[in-house]
Design a binder for this molecule. Structure first.
Ligand SMILES: [Cu+2]
Length: 257
């Protein structure tokens, strides 16, 4: 018959391996967030800020799979190894007041949340930083039911053609600052390929920096239900090489259009 001390040592050893396994998984997830991980269903980010959010998403996914795998493995062990056998009518050892075990299953979730919180805050700091030297500043004006893009200091505003949608033109590989202004009610500036969105709130100064990383035309939408015709609030973001952008800007400068 095994002694009580032996059982306790075994429990402690199991708890230690559980803690090291979890810490190892979290460390792997945190290291992997710096690498090119699979995107696990997220779109290919079209901006530097989106890439950072994509990395965070991939790291969270890896951490979630590691935790799920650990839970399933432990459940599987318990279900198979400690299943009821014929003639076995005793309740298995319930391990009450097992201090190492209780400390472990309190500390491990706290550790997981702390690590995820750290990476969330770090990414948030990175993606909400507003560039001091943007290539262009645009006032993005949201209203029921459309968008208008005023190029600050350039003397012109882009409006939608009748029946069309307005096009925000930005250069690739350079930061652009977008000042988000709501004219009536809350709206939300959302370009799915940038993997982020930001609300436009009347009376609140909201500014974001977007650094598109590849040329192309991307769909933009209002992501805040703002009334019956909210669905009409589409726009396009056209990302072009810097030389082309400068030509476009010079062509429109001071036209007031
Ligand atoms: Cu809306």
């Amino acid at each position: 018959m095994q002694s009580r001390g032996y059982g306790r040592r075994m429990a402690t050893r199991r708890m230690r391996s559980l803690v090291s396994w979890t810490a190892g998984s979290l460390l792997a997830a945190s290291v992997l967030t710096g690498c090119d991980l699979p995107r696990f269903g997220a779109p290919d980010p079209a901006s530097d800020e989106g890439s950072r959010i994509g990395h965070l998403w991939s790291g969270f996914f890896v951490a979630a799979v590691a935790v799920a795998a650990l839970v399933w493995i432990l459940l599987g062990i318990v279900v198979i190894r400690y299943r009821r056998r014929p003639g076995d009518d005793d309740i298995p050892n319930q391990r009450p007041y097992n201090i190492p075990m209780e400390i472990a299953y309190t500390a491990v979730p706290v550790l997981i949340v702390a690590v995820l919180f750290f990476f969330s805050v770090r990414t948030q700091e990175e993606v909400t930083k507003v560039s001091a030297r943007p290539a262009v500043r645009v006032e993005v004006i949201g209203f029921q039911w459309g968008w208008r893009f005023r190029y600050v200091g350039q003397g012109f505003t882009v409006d939608a053609d009748p029946g069309g949608k307005p096009e925000l033109v930005l250069p690739v590989g350079a930061p652009s600052n977008l000042r988000l202004v709501a004219k009536d009610v809350d709206h939300s500036f959302w370009v799915p390929d940038f993997l982020s969105k930001r609300d436009l709130i009347p009376g609140v100064r909201n500014e974001i920096t977007v650094t598109p990383n590849r040329a192309g035309t991307y769909v933009g939408r209002c992501a805040e239900f703002c009334g019956l015709d909210h669905w009409k609030m589409w726009f396009a973001v056209k990302v072009v090489p810097m030389a082309e952008f400068k030509t476009w800007l010079a062509d429109h400068k001071g036209t007031g259009s």
